[in-house]
Design a protein around this ligand. Sequence first.
Ligand SMILES: *[C@@H]1O[C@H](CO)[C@@H](O)[C@H](O)[C@H]1NC(C)=O
Ligand SMILES: *[C@@H]1O[C@H](CO)[C@@H](O)[C@H](O)[C@H]1NC(C)=O
Ligand SMILES: *[C@@H]1O[C@H](CO)[C@@H](O)[C@H](O)[C@H]1NC(C)=O
Length: 426
Amino acid sequence: MADEKVMMGREPLIEHEKTKSIKQILLKSIAGVLLVGFACYLFLDSFTSLTPETEINSLPLEKAVNEQHPKKEVCDVSTGEWIPNPSGPIYTNATCNHIQNHQNCMKNGRPDTGYLYWRWKPSNCDLPPFDPVKFLNKMRDKSWVFIGDSIFRNHFQSLTCMLSKVEELVETYHDSAYRCQTLFSPNYNFTLAVIWAPYLVQYESIDSETLNIHLDILDSKWSSEYNKYDYVVISGGQWFYRSAIMYENNKAVGCHNCPYENLRELGVVEPYRKALQLTLNFMARAEHKPFVIFRTWTPDHFEYGKWYNGGICNRTEPFKEGEINGYPVDLVMRNTEVEEFGKAAAIGERNGVRMELLDTYHLSLLRPDGHPGPYRTYHPFDGDKKKKVQNDCLHWCLPGPIDTWNELLMKMVINGDDHDSISALS
Ligand SMILES: *[C@@H]1O[C@H](CO)[C@@H](O)[C@H](O)[C@H]1NC(C)=O
Ligand SMILES: *[C@@H]1O[C@H](CO)[C@@H](O)[C@H](O)[C@H]1NC(C)=O
Ligand SMILES: *[C@@H]1O[C@H](CO)[C@@H](O)[C@H](O)[C@H]1NC(C)=O
């Protein structure tokens, strides 16, 4: 019975590899448990021993079928296709010194460059290229913060690289692990910060095995800084795959993946939903009313295995529409975000808080070629072409497809305010 559910629930990543995937699924369901754990990279630098395992049975999979499109905007940038872009990215590894080594695919020796020459074409309109001069002019005297996990640092660095075409931002703050960082543009009096808050809510690591998450307390790392910013970009999710004990009212209410505790298994969706409700409600009702942007779930592209058993991502071209479905578990997480965001945005609207959804899920799903793969480390195959190396099929190469997220941001916060560009697009 359980096996059946697993098989129905877990659609193969790639349609034309259905047979192979089903075989893999069968193997796993024999064991009775399906491991879902692409979040590893998010943890690698902070925890030593990890087994983010999720019983897919605990997820409400039927929701994945009814994918929702929440927006009533002029142009829905979340649907479209990747088309060739001969001019390539606006920066390179040589012009930007903010690229973290793990995402510096060019420097690390990635041999193919085709993945750099695509741009996102929304179905019913055009997405203008990122214009750093226009962006900085519009953002004079403004401050931005990105709140989330290491995917957000990836996004933040992409934005920094794009802006560095105009001005090198100077660092005014960083914590010891460079997880929280603030950059400043003296010429534009523009502040850009990133705050490490992978759960959005408070958590404590008790030891390398045990993590406590407080579903009813905001992570003060960001909430204490909230009033400083004019633009707040948030996202979350991947870390909820990690084993943890969940608390409300300082009492343990359940856990995820802790078979030896006498606690109810909560899965990943419900804890994530609670964390989102708390966070988004705070933002929708707060006295301080920045422009709030929620970025949706980010898909991984491991094939031939997962992150923990030799999975790789060696494709060199985008998928076309219809070639990939995505994992139901990803869709459930994204749909949970869309649902909770929609509820909070309605409250925000009544309170004069502008809240927008940056729906990067679909366009990112079509880019299996944009990840570092083995090139998360420097020249991984030097000396041994057959060497087994850990792949990263979750974060994105810089430059790379994640740069498009900033084009969407730009359209949302700048071009979106501009009546000429709206009528030109419609
Ligand atoms: C940029 O990447 C090229 C390979 O594409 C490499 O030769 C060069 O050293 C890199 N430069 C920097 C500054 O990382
Ligand atoms: C810089 O921007 C802040 C608002 O973020 C403002 O209070 C301050 O006066 C500005 N500084 C200058 C020199 O314009
Ligand atoms: C990707 O790797 C798989 C497994 O090693 C191999 O069969 C396939 O040909 C590779 N694809 C490309 C595009 O290199």
